[in-house]
Design a protein around this ligand. Structure first.
Ligand SMILES: Cc1ncc(COP(=O)(O)O)c(C=O)c1O
Length: 428
């Protein structure tokens, strides 16, 4: 595969942008090669600047559930752009999107739009602290909630990929208010709550974690987490930036039938444009300025262009009653192919799947938390990743990320992937 142009751009980018990228995992550091520069994307495919074609399983790290450059979304964005790209004032689309979110996710009574998942989680944290008058938060090892100071200890995603325990630049006084529990281990939560009685404002969790690779929460664990938060008057926050509108209309909370107090959104909600949101119980959300005393604002929040892209994406899902069942059925074809390859080659690697998200862990252990995810052989993953790329399959360049499938992926794409997957595993 010729990637000369991409490598040249990367050399140039490194002179002007930290590490050559605007988000760390894009650097392909852990898989030992230069990143690709993408020229265009359509449906399930992307093309790099050297003209190589790939079946894409990153999907912009989650947003592109309809596939790239979906016609209705693009047309709506074009139409909206012609009317002006930002007003810094109210617009009708933000109301329509808020209503649609509430329809999809019944635990959301009021919702505030922001510009990224990070902004959503940071704002939800301030709100929970304001509401409870408490300062500490609990999160789970291996979960990623964006790059807010409080969330960067034992975090997943790029932090895990780069092998960092935390981030420099976070003050000790901020770090001391973040407590880490173990995913799928309710005793570790009880212990922290007991040791910090009456001091915990919120528990943050990805109910289906996608940032240590894909790891589902156990249903009983999640219900116990709900119960203890209710008992202790702790705000339970589901971070559904990745899973919202991905796993079901109502996200992971619909799958588990558990209502959090607050939910954070991102990715799909912006249909490929920068949007985040946080919402939930009305009595909590009414504490946000200008209704209440918790301040949070944004020049571009509710931006009409971004609202349009999100709205059009959610509308397409809303109009198709079988959207998620069709998507899941389509994904099963790929998962069956992967499992078949593993059996044929006598390999016992762990494939975790949930709807249109999956991770193949290079470990024979069951992966249920960050510790078991870390038993994966990341050197093997890097070799596998490179082989897949050379065969025209674009995967997240890290063992600790989930792959995303879109409604545009078809059997032809999957057959190519299954074949590449077999060859990649065989060559390890
Ligand atoms: C669960 C979760 N929360 C928060 C974030 C941060 O979102 P953003 O990258 O839009 O700031 C991410 C990003 O991957 C995420 O997966």
């Amino acid at each position: 595969m010729n990637t000369t142009k991409s490598s040249k751009y990367f050399e140039e980018a490194k002179k002007h942008i930290p590490g050559g990228v605007n988000s760390p995992v894009r650097a392909f550091k852990s898989v030992g090669r230069d990143p690709l520069y993408i020229a265009k994307a359509k449906g399930a495919k992307i093309w790099d600047v050297d003209g190589n074609e790939f079946v894409d399983y990153i999907g912009s790290w989650g947003p592109m559930i309809l596939g790239h450059a979906q016609v209705d979304v693009i047309k709506a964005i074009q139409k909206s752009a012609m009317r002006g790209t930002s007003f810094g004032a109210g617009n009708v689309k933000e109301i329509q999107l808020a209503k649609l979110i509430k329809k999809f996710v019944p635990s959301v009574e009021i919702v505030r739009m922001v510009n990224s998942g990070t902004e959503a989680t940071m704002s939800a944290m301030r709100l929970a602290r304001g509401f409870t008058n408490r300062e500490k938060i609990i999160k789970f090892e291996g979960c990623y909630h964006g790059h807010g100071d409080s969330f960067l200890s034992k975090a997943g995603s790029g932090v895990a990929t780069l092998g960092l325990p935390d981030s420099s630049g976070v003050t000790k006084s901020t770090a001391k208010d973040t407590l880490n529990a173990k995913f799928n281990n309710i005793e570790s939560v009880y212990e922290l709550i007991e040791q910090n009685k009456g001091e915990i404002a919120a528990v943050f969790i990805e109910p289906v974690a996608g940032n240590m690779g894909l790891v589902k929460a156990d249903a009983e664990f999640l219900q116990k987490l709900r119960d203890v938060c209710t008992d202790e008057k702790i705000i339970l926050i589901f971070d559904e930036v990745m899973t919202g509108f991905r796993l079901a209309k109502g996200g992971a909370q619909e799958l588990y039938n558990i209502a959090p107090d607050l939910t954070t959104f991102g990715k799909i909600i912006g249909g490929g444009l920068p949007v985040g949101a946080y919402g939930g119980r009305g009595d909590i959300m009414e504490m946000i300025a200008p209704s209440g005393a918790v301040y949070q604002a944004g020049t571009l929040s509710g931006n009409p262009l971004a609202m349009t892209a999100g709205l059009e994406t959610l509308k397409a899902i809303d109009e198709d009653e079988d959207f998620y069942s069709d998507l899941e059925e389509s994904c099963e074809y790929l998962y069956d192919g992967i499992r078949h390859n593993l059996r044929k080659l006598g390999l016992n690697y762990t494939l975790n799947t949930c709807g249109s998200m999956f991770t193949l862990f290079f470990t024979e252990k069951k992966v249920t938390d960050f510790d078991s995810a870390k038993t994966s052989d990341t050197n093997k993953f890097a070799k596998y990743f490179n082989s897949m790329l050379e065969s025209g399959v674009y995967l997240p360049p890290s063992q600790f990320e989930a792959c995303f499938i879109s409604a545009a992926h078809n059997k032809q794409n999957f057959d190519k992937t299954i074949k590449a997957h077999y060859e990649a595993l065989k060559s390890l």
